[in-house]
Design a protein around this ligand. Structure first.
Ligand code: FE2
Ligand code: FE2
Length: 267
């Protein structure tokens, strides 16, 4: 039997080491001052996006836990314990993101609540219903199936890394960064840039694990179809041009990994 390689999980662990940052250290004071001066339509759009991220990052931080277990139980070319460790590192990133968006909710948006849980509840009122359905309906359901062993790692990554992070988060981050390009909220922009950098390695790591999980042609079709719907999860808060540029990214990533071609060969 061939020795298992530690190369690719170690590669992602090294990226994590380079990207460390502290969400408590980002200065949001200028943002809090500038917030009330912004035109109300712009504030409304930004509130939808930032409150949506509060709910969504909380959800992904919580529901990544069973992926560690699923990774340990999925045959791979690499050491499964190392892969499980990278999921643990990803979860630490998600917890950091949740802290950042809670600070933004409290210090910039001024959402009511004395605790992160109370502020998340307040944020829910501003989040689009399609987004809530994905992160509070579909994601916990999948996490339950993974934890019970009724779904495999491939199905988990299909939703979490390919659709939620690869499409929904990417669309929301792009809309935020485009909106904040003028420097109106410098602390928020810095935080979102750091989150986006983290999400890039999460998606790359997910894609690598998906390849290892040897997905069925049906699962590949399902990912592409769900990605096409998920790009609309933010509603009008993400402009149509941004949605159009993000929508093909999922199929492109699967193609780069050779999974689209593999699916075509199986047809
Ligand atoms: Fe995240
Ligand atoms: Fe992530």
């Amino acid at each position: 039997m061939l020795a298992k390689s530690s190369f690719w999980p170690s590669f992602f662990a090294r990226i994590v080491g380079r990207l460390q940052w502290n969400p408590a250290a980002i200065d949001l004071t200028p943002d809090a001052r500038a917030w009330l001066e912004l035109p109300s339509a712009r504030r409304e759009r930004l509130t939808t996006l930032l409150a949506g991220f509060h709910v969504a990052e909380d959800a992904v931080a919580e529901h990544l836990a069973p992926f560690t277990f699923a990774a340990e139980n999925t045959p791979m070319t690499s050491d499964q314990t190392l892969v499980a460790w990278v999921f643990f590192l990803q979860r630490r990133d998600e917890q950091r993101h949740a802290v950042l968006f809670d600070r933004i909710a409290a210090e910039v948006l001024g959402l009511p609540g004395a605790t992160p849980e109370e502020r998340r509840e307040a944020a829910r009122a501003h989040a689009p219903s399609a987004l809530l359905e994905l992160f509070e309906g579909r994601l916990p359901e999948l996490a339950g199936e993974l934890a019970a062993g009724r779904s495999g790692l491939g199905e988990g990554i299909a939703l979490y890394h390919m659709v939620l992070e690869g499409i929904v988060f990417a669309a929301g981050q792009r809309a935020l960064l485009d909106d904040l390009e003028d420097g109106a909220l410098p602390g928020v922009r810095e935080g979102v840039e750091r989150v986006e950098r983290d999400e890039r390695w999460h998606i790359g790591f997910g894609l690598r694990c998906l390849t290892e999980a040897n997905p069925s042609p049906e699962l590949i079709d399902d990912i592409v179809a769900r990605a096409g719907d998920a790009v609309d999860a933010w509603g009008d808060a993400v402009p149509p041009a941004t949605r159009a540029s993000i929508a093909p990214m999922c199929a492109r990533r699967l193609s780069v990994a050779g999974l689209i071609e593999k699916r075509a060969a199986a047809a």
